[in-house]
Ligand binder design. Structure first.
Ligand code: NI
Length: 227
């Protein structure tokens, strides 16, 4: 399931993120990659000790927590602390790879199972050429290039890549989500149900069948959510 979250970051926090990133010292992106993906990774990344990282992360987390679509689609249990990358000049692509299944939160013994990957675009598509996120889906490759402030949620199990940036610079935020509901099929059913219930509530109000369906949603979530 690919979910496009429009306007995850409104203009003001988006500008603040850009301002912080414009002052940052960037490092080679290879240090957070696994051994296979390190061979095809050629980008820049904000290093773990970057002074701007705490504020950047808190902005992104604040807006994630406010977003109903993000919550409904991912049912987050843990979110890996957001990272930031840049593609331009000689460091301009990331070839086909899969994201590591489990990641350790730096400086802790906490592990995050990566069920869902998220890319939050911080540069508008008019400001760079290339740089599409290509996700191999069961329907074939999907090419993603979104407005600044928009995010894409996609299965962390999928092979994906970032096409070479041939003009301008592409900056984005990326992270992983461990979901309360491990099975992607279960998350899909819950998400579809949630969307349908919201639509029904708008047309029918909180009628008895709507309340009954809402109860089914919560009972399924209770059945499938991990402790
Ligand atoms: Ni990746």
């Amino acid at each position: 399931m690919l979910i496009h979250v429009k306007g995850l970051l409104p203009d003001e926090p988006l500008q603040r993120c850009r301002q912080l990133l414009s002052k940052a010292r960037w490092a080679e992106g290879g240090h957070t990659a696994g051994t296979q993906s390190a061979k095809v990774k050629n980008n820049l990344q904000l290093p773990p000790d970057a002074a701007q990282l705490p504020e950047l992360r808190s902005i992104v987390i604040e807006y994630l927590q406010k977003n109903a679509l993000f919550f409904s689609a991912s049912l987050p249990r843990r979110v890996f602390p957001p990272l930031f990358n840049r593609y331009d000049g000689e460091a301009n692509y990331f070839g086909d790879h899969v994201d590591n299944a489990v990641r350790t939160v730096p400086g802790t013994a906490e592990h995050v199972r990566t069920d869902i990957s998220c890319t939050l675009f911080l540069t508008g598509p008019q400001d760079y050429e290339g740089g599409e996120l290509i996700i191999e889906d069961s329907f074939g490759p999907r090419s993603i290039k979104l407005p600044a402030g928009d995010a894409i949620l996609y299965p962390a199990s999928s092979v994906h890549r970032v096409q070479p940036v041939t003009r301008g610079s592409r900056t984005s935020c990326f992270f992983w989500i461990e979901s309360m509901v491990r099975e992607a099929e279960h998350r899909r059913i819950l998400f579809d149900m949630d969307v349908a219930i919201l639509n029904l509530r708008q047309s029918d109000g909180d009628s008895a069948p709507v309340v009954s369906l809402t109860s089914c949603y919560h009972n399924l979530l209770r059945l499938w959510a991990l402790p």
